[in-house]
Structures are given as C-alpha cells and as structure tokens.
Design a protein around this ligand. Structure first.
Ligand code: FAD
Length: 545
C-alpha cells in the first residue's frame, strides 16, 4: 500500500505562516509554476517524502491549466499523426484519473456525426485501435447511432445531413479544480504552495541552482526559498525562467492560441460532447457543462508572446460559430449570443516548419546549465506520467532514488464509490438545493460537496447557483486570495454561469472581506477588478495587434 494522502488545505488566512515556513525551512524541491505540471510534480514528490515548495506567480491554474477544453482524452487525432506512444499513455491515463478523482473525470459520449455508413465504417477502424490502446472496458466501447438514437441524444443535429454517428467514451474534467486537488493532496503530505508570488530570481551557489527568490504580491514581502533542486514548470513562461539560469538559453517554445466560447444551453441544445469539423478540416468540440455549451478550440500561432489573457478576435469567434450553422438546426447563432469565453496558450515544443495543429503534444524535460529541470509541452491528461518522468530527473539531480508509491490515494473529493447523481440528490434533500445546484456542487467538489454546503447553503444572489459556503471553502482550503480567484478558478462561475457571473462579484467580495479583513476600499477594488475582467472576456477585438 502507498502512503496515505490526507486532504490537505491551502488557507489564505494562514498565508503569512506559509511564507515564514518557506523562508525558514530547507526544501528538497522548489517548483516554479502552479499549473497542472507543477501541481502534479508537487503531489508525486510529496508522496515520496520530499520537502516541496511551490511558487505560483498569479493564481494556481491561472495559466493554460484553466483554459483547456477540459477533456481527459487520449487525443484520437494524434493517432493519424503517428503518435501511438503518446495516445496509448494518455488513453490509459484516463482510467487512472477517473479512479483518483471520479468527479473530475466524468464519463461522457463523444459523438462524431457522419453523412454515410461508409464514413462510419472508416472511422470505426481508428476508434477500435484507440480503444485497444486505452484498454477500454466492454461497457464503454463505442457504439453506432442511427436515426432513433440521434433523435434521442442529439435532437438539434441536422439529420438531413448527418444521418449516423459514432459515439465513443471520453472524460470531462475541470482543469483548474484538478490542479487544486493535486496541490491539496501535496499539502496533505507537507508541501507548501504559495500563489500570487512570482519567482524573480534563481539563486546559484557554485554555479548550481540552490533555490529561488519570490515576491509576495499581496504583502510586498520578498522571500528566499532554499532548495536542493529547482523545477521550472512555468508553462508558456518557461523560457523567461530559463534565462534566470542561463541568459543565453535558446528559444524552446511555439505558442499556439486556443479560444473557447460559451453559449447558454437553451440556445444551443447539445447534450453530449459533439465533435464538429471546421471548414479547414480541424475537429472542434461543442460540450455541455451544466447550463452552458462551450465550443472550442482554435489552434493558431500566437506571436504576441506569453500573455496571461491572450487576445480573442471576432474572427476566432466566427470560426467557432461557423460549424454550428452547418451541423445544427438551431436558430443561427451570432457573436452576440456568446456569453462567456476563455483563451489559453499551448506551450508546444517548437518544431520549425510545422503549423501548430501538427506540432507534437509530447513533453520534453531538460536539465539546464545550473541543474534546473525545465518541462515544456505536454497535455493536461498526461500530467502524471510527465510528473513521473520529471521525478527521474530529480533523482539524478539529488543523487537519490525514491521508493515507488503507486497511484496513491484518491485526490481530495475523489473518495466516493457511487455516482455524482447520488451526491447531488443527497445535497438536494439535506440542504434543500435545486437539482442544478446539487449537480454543480457534486461535479466541482465530489465527496467534499457536503462539507462545502455545511459552511453555507444559501445562494450568493437570487438566481445564482453558487452558494455562500463555496467562498469560505475557497479561502480556507483552496488558497483563493482575490475575487477573480473565486469567480474564475474555484467556483468556475466566470466560465459556466453566464447569468450569475457578474451579480455574484459583490457578495463574494463581502464574504472575503470578513474572512480576510479587507477594508471597504479593498473590497471595492476587488469587485472593480473582477468586473473589468468579466467585461474583457466578451470584448472581442478586430485583430491581435
Ligand atoms: P500552466 O497551466 O500555464 O502553468 C504554468 C504556471 O506557471 C502559470 O500558472 C504561470 O502563472 C506560472 N508562472 C509563470 N512564470 C512564473 C514565475 N516567474 N514564477 C512563478 N510562477 C510562474 N490538454 C488535455 O489533456 N485536454 C484538453 O482538453 C486540452 N485542451 C486544451 C485546450 C487549449 C486551448 C489549450 C491551450 C491547451 C489544452 N490542453 C489540453 C493542454 C493543457 O491545457 C496544457 O498542456 C496544460 O494545462 C499545461 O499546464 P502547465 O502547468 O504546464 O502550464
């Protein structure tokens, strides 16, 4: 049996104590970057008994790890590119993530509509290989849908054009919450993670990395963290970090932008994960998540550099709307129907001459001149294998071998055996919540949803499915320090709650002010910042310039 993973907490109220410990203690590992790569490494390292410190410049998961398509998938399309090893690894990994956090890996049908039986047969060959690679269970094997099933499952699909469909299993996750769950599991093993603390320097001793310097953005305090090994898991920002170690480090990445848009499910009645082809023959998804259907993604070179909020253009939005008009019989959707959006940057390892869509999603792990371990590329789904490969390099740098610990215990919120509907029903009767709210809480918090509701089951605003306890939980256990942190990466209201997202900023700020001792002016500033961000999400530009 592996070591027990206790559900740790990252409390913003105890932030000053965390900073003291980061300055006082000596660590085996300092990880720069609190996205899924850094969080996965933190958990695996902490499970093996390493003393881990993790520093995140903005909020945990605020980079690419909150902007993905939220699929735990093997990437069927990469098979066509000959990436069998990558597809096998990620396809198998789906089951592991489902075991560790069933609420963050919800089985769904991915539906590929086709025009003819011949197309269906052609696709079946690929899907059968994919299922073999992923050791898919019998009950989860793909099925072919005809008129009757399509009427039932995807009634909005234009059946004059799309008469058949192949439905195969993929998993829907919540990327930011998967990051938080890993960080909390690491915290349960003694790791210390601090957000809003950019690393500004890698300290060197005799030419070897010996720790990092960071600045706490909330207090202005500078902190020096001593560590025997430094890991650069800064995603789209890894190159900037590498230059702290080696000013002449060559460029490594090709940044590709991916945009998603959200449309209320009342306007776009998609039920499963629908796979659509764009006019330039790329696959994009339309995914139902609670009351929103999100559509994505684009895949275009982003020349502006590693922006935290990559610019979304009207052309990006039009590109995503176009296939909906060809596949669905719903009223024509316009840019003005878009109610939420997000964009992120894929930190792909550059392969000169290849367009982004054909560039490999494999990770690459490098050890730099001063011994800093840098991870580039990779996928959310493969975060554990990436972490395990990184640990091998850490062993090399530390000159130690770590014991194998297996998968470890479920992530926080993942220790339940029934399904999400049972959790939701329990919440509905215990706290008199409606079905939508119950299901939403079950998806976000899994087995911990009850503890969240106990903290306060009252809605934050009329018509908003977000409840008061979520704010307390975010601050006390998940390191939320700003209203934006709660809106975007804890409750996910900014992405999935089109109607409520603006109205709950003020009640979130009011509760955070009580918990964290904000003045009225500080709370007001927080509300203004969050609202400006929400407005910016829907301010689509004419160009990226
Ligand atoms: P990030 O999440 O960006 O984390 C890096 C962190 O480092 C950031 O939070 C940043 O603030 C921090 N940082 C930067 N500089 C510093 C500093 N100086 N000090 C401290 N911290 C710093 N994968 C899938 O498996 N399934 C999908 O459906 C999927 N969809 C995708 C859709 C899109 C549009 C995109 C862009 C990617 C998608 N991916 C998907 C890929 C996946 O999202 C990424 O591989 C993954 O999130 C990268 O995580 P990361 O931790 O490496 O980077």
């Amino acid at each position: 049996m592996g070591p027990v993973t206790r559900a740790g907490s990252i409390s913003t109220a105890e932030r000053a104590r965390s900073i003291d410990a980061l300055e006082r203690d000596a660590f085996d590992l300092a990880i720069v970057g609190g996205g899924i790569t850094g969080a996965g490494i933190a958990r695996e390292a902490a499970l093996r008994g390493l003393r881990v410190a993790l520093l995140e410049a903005e909020d945990f998961a605020s980079g690419t790890s909150s902007r993905s398509s939220k699929l735990i998938h093997g990437g069927l399309r990469y098979l066509a590119q000959g990436e069998v090893g990558l597809v096998r690894e990620t396809a198998l990994e789906r089951k592991v993530i489902h075991r560790l956090a069933p609420h963050l890996a919800e089985r769904r049908w991915m539906v590929l509509p086709v025009r003819s039986r011949a197309s269906l047969l052609k696709f079946r060959a690929a899907i059968t290989t994919y299922e073999k690679l992923g050791a898919v269970e019998r009950d989860d094997l793909h099925r072919n849908w005809g008129a009757a099933e399509l009427d039932e499952e995807e009634p909005a699909l234009d059946r004059n054009e799309w008469r058949f469909a192949c439905a195969y299993r993929e998993y829907l996750t919540d990327d930011a919450r998967l990051v938080l769950a890993n960080l909390r599991a690491a915290a349960g093993q003694g790791a210390i993670s601090l957000n809003h603390a950019p690393v500004t320097e890698i300290t060197l001793e005799n030419g070897r990395a010996a720790g990092v310097v960071a600045r706490c953005r909330l207090s202005g305090r500078e902190l020096r963290v001593r560590a025997s090994c430094v890991v650069n898991a800064a995603g789209a920002w890894v190159e900037a970090l590498r230059r702290f170690e080696d000013e002449a480090a060559p460029p490594l990445l090709h940044l590709s932008k991916g945009v998603h848009i959200g449309i209320p499910a009342t306007r776009l009645p998609v039920r499963n994960l629908l796979l659509l082809q764009t006019q330039d023959h790329r696959g994009i998804f339309a995914l139902r998540r609670d009351e929103i259907v999100f559509i994505g993604t684009t895949d275009t070179t982003y020349a502006r550099g590693a922006d935290l909020w990559p610019v979304i253009t009207r052309a990006d939005v039009e590109y995503l709307l176009e296939p909906l008009r060809r596949y669905l019989t719903t009223e024509k959707l316009e840019v003005s129907d878009v109610r939420t959006s997000w964009s992120g940057l894929r930190p792909l390892v550059a392969e000169p001459g290849k367009p982004p869509a054909e560039t490999s999603r494999k990770d690459e792990i490098l050890i730099g001149r001063a011994g800093v371990i840098t991870i580039a590329g990779g996928k959310l789904t493969g975060y554990r294998p990436t972490a395990l490969r990184t640990l091998e390099r850490i062993e090399r740098v530390l000159g130690r071998t770590f014991a194998a610990v297996g998968e470890g215990e479920p992530l926080p919120g993942g220790d339940f055996s029934g399904d999400l509907v049972s959790i939701a029903r329990g919440l509905e009767s215990e706290y008199r919540l409606d079905g939508v709210t119950g299901m939403r809480l079950a998806r976000l918090y899994g087995s911990e949803a009850d503890s969240v509701a106990k903290l306060g089951a009252k809605r934050l605003a009329a018509g908003a499915p977000v409840i008061a306890g979520e704010v307390d939980w975010a601050v006390m256990h998940e390191g939320a320090a700003t209203v934006e942190d709660v809106l975007y990466r804890r409750t996910r209201a900014a992405l999935y709650e089109a109607d409520a997202r603006a109205s709950i900023a003020a009640p979130i700020a009011a509760r955070m002010a009580e918990l964290l001792g904000w003045s009225e002016a500080q709370a007001g500033e927080q509300i203004a910042l969050a609202r400006a961000r929400l407005d910016a999400d829907l301010d689509f530009r004419d160009s990226e310039a």
